[in-house]
Structure formats: C-alpha cells, structure tokens
Design a protein around this ligand. Structure first.
Ligand SMILES: O=c1ccn([C@@H]2O[C@H](COP(=O)(O)OP(=O)(O)O[C@H]3O[C@H](CO)[C@@H](O)[C@H](O)[C@H]3O)[C@@H](O)[C@H]2O)c(=O)[nH]1
Ligand SMILES: [Mn+2]
Length: 785
C-alpha cells in the first residue's frame, strides 16, 4: 500500500560537478565575446569597410544565434520512471484495471514512398503493446486513400491474431515483425515453440481495436497535410473510443519498447503533476543509418542535449512523432491552475532566473476573464455529464463563483446551455456526439449510443467541409499554417501554460527510418527550415506571439531559435566567402592584431571548445556525433536552409505555395525524385561554389606567399586553416556528391564545371607567377613591395 503511494517518476538532476563548470564556461564565453566585439568594432579595416562591415554583422548574428541555442540548455535534467509502482497503483489484483485508455494514431499518405508493409509493421507493434487490450485502439490515417493499404491492413489484422499472442507469450522485443526477425539471433536456440498450439490460439483472447480512416478530400478544400489528417483522427477517435490520451506516430515509427505507453503514464497519470502536462515526448531513434551517420540523420545533439535542456524549463518541443498527448490540451484548453496560490518562482536554479522574473510580473497583470473561453460553458458541462469537471482550473476562482451565482434559475441555466452549445459548435464543429465527448474528461463514450450511429458520426466528422468556420487548426488540435505543424502545435500549448515531459527509457521507445541519401536528407531539412520560416512570418512567430502569456522566457528563446535558424544560412555563406574575397582583392578584414586582441581571439576559440566538451560530458553524446552535427550544420546551412529562406520569402511576397514532400521510407530509393531535378541543382550549387571559391583562395594565398615572401604567410595560414575547416565540414557532402549512394544529376556536375571554368579564367587574369604583374593580389603587401 505504502509502495503504491510512492511517486511514479523522479527528476534526476545532473550532478553539479558536471553542470556548474559548464555554466561557468558559458558565462566566461559571454564575457569574452563582449571583449571580442569591442576589439572588432573599435578596429575597423579602413581600406575594406564593406568587407569589414559584413564580417562584423555576421559575427554579431552568430553570437545572437549562439545565445538562442545556448541558454535554453542551462537547466538540463534527466527523468526516471517506476513502472512497477505504476502497476501497483493502477492494476491491483482483483480490482478492475485503472490504467487510462490510449488511442494510437498512425499517419501515412503515399503508398509508394511509404510502402504499406512499413505501416503494417508499426500497426502490429502497436497491437502487441504491453497494455490492457481493451484500453488500446489503433487508428490509421491514410491520406492517400490507397486500396493497397486498406488490403494490407485487413491482412495485418488477420496476422495480428497470431502475432500478438506470440509476442506476449514469448515476451519478444521489438514487436514489429520485420525488425524482430531482422535481428541476428537464432530464434530456435533456447525456445522451441513453433509447434506449440498455444501461440497460435487466439480464440477468446481480445485484440486491440484497429480502425482504418481515410478522410474525405476534394478539390477546392485545403486539407492541411499531416495536421489536417491528425485533426480528423482526433475527432474520429473521440466519437469511437475517446481515450483521454493519444499516442501519435508516423507510419515508419514502430513501437520498439512494448512498455512505452506505460512509461508515458508514469507522468500523465501522476495525480498532481499529470494534470499540467500537455504531452510526453520520446526521442526519435532510427534504424538503417550508415555507420558513420554521414548526414547527421540521428540528430543526436538535438535529442540528447537540446531536448534535455528544455525538459528542465517548460518541456521539450513536440517533434511530430513518438508523443503521447493529453486530449484536453489538444482541445485548446488552458491547463488547470494549481489550488495553491500561483508560485512566484519556478523550479529553476537560481530562483531569480529569467523565467521567474518574467512570470512574477505576469501574474499580477493577468486580467479577469482572460483565458476563460469556457466560462460560459461550465453549467452546460455540469448538466450534460452530471459531474463536476476539473476544468474549473482554467477559470479564475472568483469568476467561477460568479457563474455559479448566476445559475439560480432554471431558465437561466437553459439559456446558458443554449449559448454554450452554440459556442461549442463554433469551436468544434457541428457534431453533438463529438461535443458531448469533449466534456468527458476521463474519456469514455456518452451513454445510450449505438455503434452504427457512432460510425455514421465518425464519417461525418471526417468530411472535408467539417472544419469550415470552426477553430480546428487555429486554436484546436494540430495547428495549421506550417509544414512543421509539430513545432507550432507544441508552441501553442506551451504558450497556454502547459508543461511537457521528455521521456527517454533505456530501451528506445520508438524507432523510425531516416533518409539515408543526401538528396532525401537535404529535402527533409529544406522542408523543416521552410516550416520554420512559415512560422516566423506568421502571427504565431515566437518573437512576438503570446508575450504576457505563460511561456517561460528561456522556452521562448528556444522557440525563437527554432524559427530563425534558417536565416543563419545568409551570414554563414557570406562568412565562408569573405576570406576568398580578401585574398582575391588583397583587402583584409582584420588589419592589425595586437597582443591583447589575439588573447581574445584565442580565448574565444578555447571557450567554444570548452562549452562543447562540457556539454558532451553531461549529455553523454559522443564527439563523433557532435562533429557530424557541426558538419551538417554547414552543409544544410549553405544549401537547404538558404533555399528555404528564399522559398519562404517567395511564398510571402509572391504567394507561391510550399508543398509537403513526404520523406521516402524505403531504404533503397531507386528514383532520384525526377520531379525535383531543378530544385536539387539549385540546392547543390552554393556548397559547390563555396568549395571552389576556397580552393581558388588557397591557391591565391600560396602563390602570393611564394611571390612576396614572409610578409603574407600570416593570411596564408589563416586561409589554409579556413579551407581545412570548410573542406572538413563539407566532406560528407562531397562524398555524397561523388558517392554511389547519391546519383547526382548531370546538371550539377555541369554547373560545377562551369563555375570552375569561370574561376579559372579569373585566375588566369591575375596570375601572380607572371613577373612584374601588378594584379590585385600583389597590392596586398603594400609598403613591403
Ligand atoms: O499530407 C500529409 C503529409 C504527411 N503525412 C504524414 O506525416 C508524417 C511525417 O512525414 P515525413 O515525410 O516522414 O516527415 P519527416 O521529415 O520524416 O518527419 C518529421 O518532421 C515532420 C515535420 O515536418 C513531422 O510531422 C514528423 O512527425 C517528423 O517525424 C508521415 O507519417 C506522413 O505519412 C500525412 O499524413 N499527410
Ligand atoms: Mn519520417
């Protein structure tokens, strides 16, 4: 009994011996940065003002983006769950099982890029989940309305009758057949069970529900891609099963740990803490990535450093898959306010940290009536469900009293019910069954409904006109307006004051596939960056949206970072080009460097290295992963991100729409997206140009040094170092460009040759080996000549 009362999870703080040095170095780096900028700004290069100006602007941008990236990692934490206590508390012998029901959502759209067998695997892994069967329902959204998938799913359902009992009997992991059988183990070694009848016997044993959903689509209606598909699933599932929690997965992310749903319940069913949670996010882990992870597909730095940092503030961002939602949060409600007076400080250290600073001011200024959308609706709820709902939490207490006082006469009650019915329809659309379901906070279906009428209603709520003139996609459900609907949806919830939790069980909860070739990968980051730009240019931009709300300051910094990072491509490209330009024109951006100044340069480099090393130490990320991350930052930065910025501008200024190109899930993609050749070439040009520019710069530097002696070795070394940096960073890109994994369109090669010829021509014009040549390069040694 006492055991059952114990907490279901625990925050595991990072040891202070790890975090404190890390924080000290961050502060030092900030101070050094100030001195560095003092030097840079006070010593302009008078003969190369534009170059100097550009480089300083770039440096300032880099510093700002560093701050945006760094400070949300100030309070990293880990969490630990206790599954045994969960089942002690909610699964007592002889009593009905009290674990909360969960609706699983799987989305798929393109049967060619996402072969149905992948979805089938995911579905099987869900059906075999270690959770009470009557509490599991699996909804598959097929945006492609593919007959092939429909057939596959009916076969899958049939196969599940064998597969599920087999998994449970032998306790296998993972429960996606393809991945289970691809493990190199001798299945017959210690269990000879294939002949046993029991494993095949499914009679009498219940299986979880499996529902195939393909929403209606018509020309002339906007379908809002994945977000639209998810919103259709919210409504269908509300009508058919209405579990209070839903687990959302992309079709390729199968359940790798059959206890994943239980892990999430340790947080969501926590009596106090759970009520404030909008979702529990799991890290994304991947199969089938090349051993060296050339294109940083695993995103380890993001999943093991940034997300753990956010977990210590208001919670991880939602990343689109592997996430268990609280249904109430998706309905656009505010989290319940705790019974106690609102705390003036957060759990952060030190207590005067910026997030609390912002908050204590806000609590005072909170206006009456704010966030009380439901104020007028409360009586209706009471009437309909005959139960007191805790959504009271979202309404300031004094206001609630007012409402209750106003409810004296029955007439008034009727009137307000009518009003609220209207409000509900405005918000959720015209489905009485759906609206009734939203009031059942504990889940479950309204009484007196027949399954045939429910199915009819389910079809009604996925018709394409259903969302018109409602709040779906604006305040309710997955939010529309960006191809990275995930970031936007999570952001809105955090703005409302919800918290989220990052859950990293030892055995990865889910595993998915990632694009392995360069073209797919660049396309993916292009889409992500585009999504960010879309948010940046919308009214949901975290730079100005929701100030005065409940978004913590550091959390806001993190969200700002997620929408502005693509812009870094511009200074990055400029900064990478400047050295070559310097060498070609003989004008330098750092005219003279004093001993003191060189100390700031050195200190800056050292502190950059030190932060990385200390970050690796508290997170356990390997140096190789950090390196890949850095490399891909440059590769994506000078190509896909840059392109996204232009495409985003085009969209806003010219109204050119962005499309959602689904990432191929099959490991061996055969065709090279023939439709997108033009796009690809455009993407591949900037890095190619960059490399050529730098090679030219290096050659220029070498010949210059040979011609002019000792005087120019300094810039030459700088140049060599820089070329090394660029080449090392672009190495995986080059390999991808040349390698077999990626069939490069001939056009890219042609472009490169063309660019190379242009530069060679320029080179011939300024050949410093010719005696008495007074080309631009020779000017640089000035007096010495
Ligand atoms: O009209 C559409 C388009 C996409 N999808 C589904 O959306 C999911 C994500 O698409 P994918 O191409 O795999 O995107 P990734 O880049 O791999 O996905 C990451 O980034 C996306 C945001 O851009 C998130 O939506 C994803 O969940 C997240 O895993 C897939 O299941 C698709 O089937 C739909 O259901 N309908
Ligand atoms: Mn994916």
């Amino acid at each position: 009994m006492a055991e059952a009362r114990q907490p279901l999870w625990r925050k595991v703080p990072m040891p202070s011996s790890r975090v404190n040095p890390y924080r000290i170095v961050i502060i030092l780096r900030l101070i050094i940065l100030c001195f560095f900028f003092r030097f840079r700004i006070l010593t302009p290069a008078y003969d190369a003002m534009p170059l100097w100006g550009i480089s300083v602007v770039c440096e300032i941008w880099f510093a700002l983006s560093w701050i945006l990236d760094q400070f949300p990692k100030w309070f990293p934490i880990n969490r630990e769950t206790y599954l045994d206590r969960l089942s002690l508390r909610f699964e007592r012998e002889g009593e009905p099982n009290k674990l909360a029901p969960v609706d699983f959502f799987v989305s798929t759209v393109d049967p060619l890029k996402e072969p149905p067998i992948i979805t089938a695997n995911t579905v099987l892994s869900i059906l075999a989940v270690d959770y009470p069967v009557d509490k599991v329902s699996c909804y598959v959204s097929d945006d492609g309305a593919s007959m092939l998938l429909f057939d596959t799913l009916s076969e899958t359902a049939e196969f599940a009758r064998r597969w599920v009992p087999f998994c449970k009997k032998h306790n296998v992991e993972p429960r996606a057949p393809e991945f289970y059988f691809s493990q190199k183990i001798d299945y017959l070694k210690d269990k000879v069970y294939l002949g046993s009848e029991g494993a095949l016997d499914v009679e009498g044993k219940e299986l979880p529900r499996l529902v195939y959903v393909s929403r209606e689509k018509r020309p002339g209606y906007s379908h809002h891609k994945k977000a639209g598909a998810m919103n259709a699933l919210i409504r269908v599932s509300a009508v058919l099963t209405n579990a209070p929690f839903m687990l959302n997965l992309d079709c390729d992310h199968y359940l790798n740990n059959c206890k994943a749903a239980r892990e999430a319940m340790c947080f969501l069913m926590d009596p106090q803490f759970g009520k404030k949670l909008c979702y529990v996010q799991f890290p994304q882990r991947f199969d089938g990535i090349d051993r060296h992870d050339r294109y940083a597909n695993r995103n380890v730095v993001f999943f093991d450093i940034n997300m753990k940092g956010l977990d210590g503030i208001q919670g991880p961002v939602y990343v689109g898959t592997g996430c268990v939602f609280n249904r109430q949060a998706l309905y656009g409600y505010d989290p319940p306010v705790s019974e106690k007076r609102p705390k003036m400080t957060c759990d952060c250290w030190p207590s005067w940290c910026c997030c609390c600073f912002g908050r204590s001011r806000k609590t005072k200024s909170k206006k009456k009536g704010q966030g009380s959308l439901l104020g007028g609706l409360l009586p209706k709820k009471k009437k309909m469900a005959g139960k007191h709902y805790s959504r009271k939490g979202s309404i300031p207490a004094f206001e609630l009293e007012e409402i209750e006082e106003g409810l004296e006469g029955y007439e008034e009650l009727e009137k307000s019910s009518l009003m609220s019915q209207k409000n509900f329809e405005k918000r959720f659309g015209q489905s009485p069954v759906f609206i009734a379901s939203t009031l059942m906070e504990e889940g479950g279906l309204p009484e007196g409904t027949t399954s045939s009428s429910l199915i009819k209603e389910a079809i009604h709520v996925i018709s394409c006109g259903y969302e018109e003139k409602t709040e779906w996609g604006k305040e309710v459900g997955w939010i529309y307006g960006s191809v990275t609907e995930d970031i936007l949806t999570g952001f809105k919830m955090h703005c409302r004051g919800w918290k989220s939790v990052y859950c990293c069980p030892e055995r990865a909860a889910f595993r998915g596939s990632a694009p392995i070739n360069l073209s797919d990968r660049l396309h993916q980051v292009l889409r992500w960056a585009l999504g960010s730009i879309e948010i940046f240019m919308s009214h949901h931009c975290p730079l100005w949206y929701g100030w005065g709300g409940k978004l913590k300051f550091l959390q806001r910094l993190a969200y700002i970072n997620t929408v502005v990072y693509p812009f870094t491509s511009i200074p990055l490209l400029a900064y990478c080009t400047i050295p070559a330009v310097c060498l070609l024109t003989g004008k330098f951006i750092i005219p003279t460097i004093s001993n003191l100044a060189s100390i700031w340069f050195l200190a800056l480099f050292l502190s950059i290295i030190a932060t990385s090393v200390l970050e690796l130490r508290w997170s356990g990320v390997s140096i190789e992963d950090l390196w890949r991350n850095e490399q891909f930052w440059v590769i994506g930065g000078v190509s896909a991100h840059l392109f996204a910025v232009f495409q985003g501008l085009l969209k806003v200024l010219g109204g050119v729409d962005t499309n959602f190109t689904v990432t191929s899930k099959a490991a061996d993609d055969t065709e090279f997206g023939d439709l997108y050749i033009f796009k690809w070439t455009t993407l591949l040009i900037p890095p190619t140009t960059l490399i050529i520019l730098n090679l030219v710069g290096v050659v220029a530097g070498v010949s210059d040094a040979i011609n002019n002696g000792y005087g120019s070795w300094g810039p030459l070394f700088g140049k060599l170092f820089f070329a090394f940096w660029v080449i090392v960073h672009l190495y995986p890109f080059l390999k991808g460009l040349m390698g077999r994994q990626n069939r490069t369109p001939t056009i890219v090669v042609l472009w490169s040759i063309l660019l190379a010829s242009i530069f060679s021509l320029v080179w011939v014009r300024i050949d410093p080996f010719l005696p008495k040549q007074t080309g631009p390069i020779l000017k640089q040694c000035g007096v010495e000549c």
